[in-house]
Write a protein that binds this ligand. Structure first.
Ligand SMILES: NC(=O)c1ccc[n+]([C@@H]2O[C@H](COP(=O)([O-])OP(=O)(O)OC[C@H]3O[C@@H](n4cnc5c(N)ncnc54)[C@H](O)[C@@H]3O)[C@@H](O)[C@H]2O)c1
Length: 364
């Protein structure tokens, strides 16, 4: 079991630990309990995760002297709405949950984002911990305190920065994760290699098949490395005002693809296609060498990730969604571009025609 501390400088009360390992839930819960989070645990999980792991998690917490109960909501991105925030909050009120309780986000990125947002506003905030169960949530969404829901067709347009008290990453939860969802998570893993860590990228190139088979050694190493990269970035830029925006590589176009497809294209697939598009834009702007861009596409391909845009997707609608992206600053849409694998930067804006040309090129 590894423990990584996220130190939020000058705000030590908001620092927390990411506890990572395999079959560690019991030990990790004991640690959490020692920190005083044991009065009342309200575990919130989607309908899939609740069925698979919810009761076991609640039973374990109760056994450890942490009275726990379970609230569920329908699985899927369609639940990341303000209506679901109100529905979960109503349930909490009906159960007379007060600020002495701790919410537990047990699940994927949707659960973490939704529960984190509820935790940030319920009774002017209530503590919460993250127990991520999808690969996306384990390597990305559970760390860093970005919470929120989708609104008026835009991703995460209502939300808050609200840090969890602890993040417990038990790799064994991934055993039940469907193949498609696992691959979605691999897109975010590749992103870390591209934006910040050429060695990780190379490991992924060498170990693609072991990773696809979820071999324990490599999976643990990769999840741990991604968490370390994310925590390093969050510590420098908790509020997404500067360097943290490099984590959005592939997301400017990715979020537009999710929105225009009405979320039929899931997050990981959208990010994979978005990374191909944004790497091509970097190449067209003369920042990135063609061979580096080809390596990126080859790795995504070997991991079975999508690289093309559905032909029937309306380019103009995509362009307008890109403009709607909340990362837009002063009328310009900033893109994360790359100089080489492992080195990224934020570009002030990219010419619309270049984006249009790239989108068209990826429709095959
Ligand atoms: N807050 C952030 O920093 C951040 C970062 C990246 C992504 N996100 C958000 O995360 C969401 C995507 O995350 P996701 O792909 O985890 O979505 P998700 O929560 O919908 O999970 C995907 C599917 O996997 C199922 N699942 C999760 N864990 C499982 C397990 N162990 N066994 C079986 N099934 C399991 C879920 O029920 C769901 O059907 C998006 O909304 C995205 O915007 C947020």
């Amino acid at each position: 079991m590894k423990r990584i501390k996220v130190s939020l400088a000058r705000r030590s009360d908001r620092s927390y630990e990411i506890i990572i390992g395999r079959d560690i839930l019991e030990r990790a819960c004991m640690l959490v309990s020692q920190r005083g989070c044991s009065r009342r645990m309200v575990v919130i999980a989607d309908s899939n995760v609740a069925g698979l792991h919810g009761e076991a998690c609640v039973a374990l917490m109760c056994r450890l002297g942490m009275p726990a109960e379970l609230i569920t909501f329908p699985a899927g991105e369609a639940s990341k709405t303000i209506d679901m925030v109100l529905s979960v909050s109503t349930e909490l009120l009906e159960r007379k949950v007060d600020r002495s309780a701790t919410l537990v986000a047990l699940g994927g990125g949707v659960t973490g984002d939704l529960v984190g947002f509820v935790a940030s506003i319920y009774m002017r905030s209530i503590p919460f911990i993250q127990i991520p169960t999808s690969l996306i949530a384990q390597v990305d969404s559970s760390i860093g305190g970005k919470t929120g829901v989708d609104f008026k067709g835009g991703k995460n347009l209502l939300g808050s920065f609200y840090q969890p008290k602890d993040v417990i990453i038990d790799i064994s939860w991934l055993d039940t994760l469907p193949e498609k969802e696992f691959k979605n998570g691999l897109a975010e893993v590749v992103k870390y290699g591209i934006i910040d860590d050429a060695d990780l990228f190379e490991t992924l190139e060498w170990e693609a098949s072991a990773l696809l088979e979820r071999s324990p050694g490599i999976l643990e190493r990769v999840v741990e490395r991604c968490c370390a990269i994310k925590k390093g970035i969050v510590e420098i830029d908790e509020y997404d005002l500067g360097i943290r925006r490099i984590l959005n590589f592939g997301h400017t176009i990715g979020h537009a693809l999710e929105g225009v497809s009405d979320y039929r294209i899931n997050h990981g697939t959208a990010v994979s296609i978005g990374m191909v598009a944004e790497a091509r834009i970097a190449e067209k702007k003369g920042c990135l060498d063609r061979r580096e861009r080809e390596r990126i596409e080859a790795l995504l391909d070997s991991l079975g990730l999508e690289r093309t845009i559905p032909v029937d997707m309306d380019t103009n609608e995509l362009l307008s969604r890109i403009g709607l992206d909340k990362k837009r600053r002063g009328g310009k849409v900033p893109f994360v571009l790359i100089k080489k694998i492992g080195v990224s930067f934020i570009n002030g804006s990219v010419d619309e025609n270049l984006v249009k040309e790239t989108i068209e090129e990826l429709k095959v």
